[in-house]
Unconditional design. Structure first.
Length: 126
C-alpha cells in the first residue's frame, strides 16, 4: 500500500470508509459477546448495544447505495451478513440460558376475536 501522503482523495476516503465499517463491526462483535471487551478483557454481551451498531451499518448501507466501490460494497455487505447471523445466534443462546418470565406464561396474550388463533406478535429478526 502507498504511504498516506501518496493516496488520492478517493483512495483516502475509501480507506477511512473501510476503517469505519470495521470499527462498527468490531464494536457489534464485542457487544454480541463474541470478543472480549477491550478495557476489561471480559465477555460482556449487550444485545441492545450490538443492535445499535448493526442498525448504524444498515443505515449506512441504505444511504450509500449506488455510491460505493465494489470493494466497499462487498465489505459492508459481508460485515452485515456476519453480524446479523451473530445477532440471531446470540438471541437464540440468550433464550436458552434465561428461564421464561413467570408473568408472561401466567397471562397468555388475548385471543383474537376475529378468528380462532391467538393474536400473533410480529418482530424483526435477523
Amino acid at each position: 500500500m502507498n504511504p498516506p501522503e501518496e493516496l488520492s482523495r478517493d483512495e483516502l476516503l475509501s480507506v477511512l470508509f473501510a476503517e469505519m465499517v470495521m470499527q462498527q463491526a468490531r464494536m457489534a462483535t464485542i457487544f454480541l459477546g463474541k470478543a472480549p471487551h477491550p478495557q476489561t478483557g471480559k465477555i460482556q454481551p449487550d444485545l441492545d448495544a450490538a443492535r445499535l451498531f448493526i442498525d448504524q451499518l444498515e443505515m449506512l448501507e441504505v444511504k450509500t447505495k449506488g455510491n460505493l466501490t465494489k470493494d466497499e460494497d462487498a465489505l459492508l455487505k459481508q460485515s452485515l451478513s456476519s453480524l446479523r447471523l451473530g445477532y440471531v445466534e446470540a438471541v437464540n443462546q440468550q433464550g436458552k440460558t434465561e428461564p421464561p418470565k413467570s408473568d408472561e406464561s401466567a397471562n397468555p396474550p388475548p385471543a383474537d376475536t376475529a378468528g380462532d388463533e391467538p393474536r400473533k406478535r410480529f418482530t424483526k429478526k435477523y
